[in-house]
Design a protein around this ligand. Structure first.
Ligand code: BG6
Length: 486
């Protein structure tokens, strides 16, 4: 199904509509879908606790879509007229009765759960109890924002509650990294080309690095982040998804379950060696004060909402192995952190050296071939190869073969949320995570969290604006393996 019948009336309820996600991502994405004629007979109902008037909400929405270009005043007005505010607590039965009234006349319904995670269960249960989880006239789907649980037990209990009210086919667990064009292109790169798959294994690959670096700090989210930390916030979900797509076997076809079956196998094949010796394979740290992009910034412990004695990690790096025929013995090193020198998400595949080294003076090894896939920014793919420097001598230097999205396709790449919302409207959950994927990743992560909970004392520090803690170097200190520059 590649299309949506935009004329099929659809109502979208956003729970927790007053939050940042609606402002920054959801409303602009919905407005773009409307401009691209993917939404025509629709209503958007914002459900939240704050005492906002209808008028105030509409003014807010007008601001939220102000930066979406290419729209006429008339289109903006029509969109703003289609949004409605529903003020209610998440517990109040009257709120759900009002919701039912707003849904009248719209056979199709999408609920978007973007409340603080503490309210998820209440909303899901209430939708179930009020008979709002099903409809005889159209579809009902629920999109659940992250965080999906904070450990295995809470993720399992959220899954079972969801599944007691909705069918799995109605549930869309979001991981916005899957909506990124460059992440989708990773599958195209691997399975739409003949030249990569033959070398995509332990015979040719030395190791793989996955970096999700951010230069931003925790900003106004100190309260949330204190209970999360880098492992929960970025590794369990986004980074593991990148790992799964990089390492998965070719699926039988492109159906949602064929793809997700292969991804979950990767997470299940993670070698427990990481758990046996966590301190050898996992590094965590916290940023201290430093300089980012020329400005002095505070350390984590003095950020708003952060306990001055906090042991929450803002950086995590892991060396993982996959127990599989294809990948046995190949380290996959993952790292993520806040307040690093720049924002960069990249997957790099480092190939083995050729069996004999003919060129250059003895002892000057050739550089490895590296295929680097830039997820963001400067989206693109680069392959480094060794080339002969022109001249009489036989000297070698690495050069790069480049593909840049900007020059190949122009700058207009749809936002992740736009694509994901569109897929939910189509009923395609390929780019959403399945219950077993989430539980498998929590079950792996949980054992590291358990280990950390037995440790005491301050965490290693790294200066804001740096490449991360020195301790992470040891994860890749073998031979000529090095982390790529952040
Ligand atoms: C979110 C995390 O899921 O992803 C944030 O909660 C993080 O802490 C963000 O900053 C990163 O997303 P992106 O798309 O900017 O890489």
């Amino acid at each position: 199904m590649d299309t949506v019948d935009a004329a099929e009336p659809l109502v979208i309820f956003i729970f927790g509509v007053t939050g940042d996600l609606t402002r920054k991502k959801l409303m602009p994405a919905l407005f773009s879908l409307y401009l691209n004629e993917r939404l025509s007979e629709f209503r958007i109902v914002g459900f939240a606790r704050r005492e906002w008037s209808q008028e105030h909400f509409r003014d807010q929405v007008r601001e939220m879509i102000a930066n979406v270009g290419g729209a006429s005043e008339e289109q903006r007005n029509r969109f703003v007229q289609s949004v409605v505010y529903l003020q209610s607590t998440f517990e109040d039965p009257a709120g759900y009765e009002k919701l039912r009234e707003h849904a009248a006349g719209f056979p199709n319904r999408i609920y978007y759960l973007s409340t603080p995670p503490g309210a998820y269960e209440e909303v899901i249960r209430s939708l179930g109890e009020h008979g709002l989880a099903r409809s005889d006239t159209g579809y009902v789907r629920i999109i659940v924002e992250k965080p999906f649980g904070r450990d295995l037990a809470s993720a399992q209990s959220l899954n079972s509650l969801l599944q007691s009210c909705f069918d799995e086919s109605q549930i869309y667990r979001i991981d916005h990294y899957l909506g990124k064009e460059t992440v989708q292109n990773l599958m195209m790169l691997r399975f739409g080309n003949g030249i990569f798959e033959p070398v995509w294994n332990n015979r040719y690959v030395d190791h793989v690095q996955i970096t999700v670096a951010e230069n931003a700090g925790v900003g106004t989210r100190g309260n949330y982040y204190e209970r999360a930390g880098a492992l929960r916030d970025m590794i369990q979900n986004h980074t593991f998804q990148l790992l799964a797509i990089t390492a998965m076997e070719p699926p039988n076809d492109t159906s949602p379950d064929s793809i997700r079956d292969e991804k979950v196998k990767i997470i299940r094949s993670l070698d427990p060696v990481t758990h046996r010796e966590p301190d050898r394979h996992v590094v965590r740290a916290q940023y201290s004060a430093g300089v980012v992009d020329g400005s002095e910034v505070a350390g984590y412990l003095t950020e708003d909402g952060v306990d001055p004695e906090s042991q929450t990690e803002t950086y995590a790096a892991l060396r993982l192995y996959l127990d599989s025929w294809r990948w046995a013995g190949v380290p996959f090193v993952l790292r993520t952190g806040k307040r690093l020198s720049r924002k960069a998400t990249e997957i790099s595949v480092h190939f083995k050296h050729p069996p004999l080294h003919f060129f250059g003076p003895a002892g000057s090894p050739l550089q490895r071939n590296v295929l680097s896939i830039r997820i963001q920014p400067q989206e693109g793919i680069t392959l480094n190869v060794n080339a002969k420097i022109p001249g009489y001598a036989t000297a070698v230097r690495p050069v790069s073969m480049d593909f840049a999205y900007g020059s190949a396709f122009g700058p207009a790449v749809p936002e992740a949320y736009e694509r994901l919302l569109f897929d939910a409207m189509k009923g395609d959950n390929t780019l959403y995570t399945r219950n077993d994927e989430i539980e498998a990743s929590w079950s792996f992560i949980n054992r590291i969290l358990d280990h950390w909970s037995t440790q005491d004392g301050p965490l290693p520090q790294y200066a804001a604006g740096s490449a991360g803690p020195d301790e992470a170097r040891g994860l890749l200190a073998d031979g000529d393996r090095r982390w790529r520059r952040v």
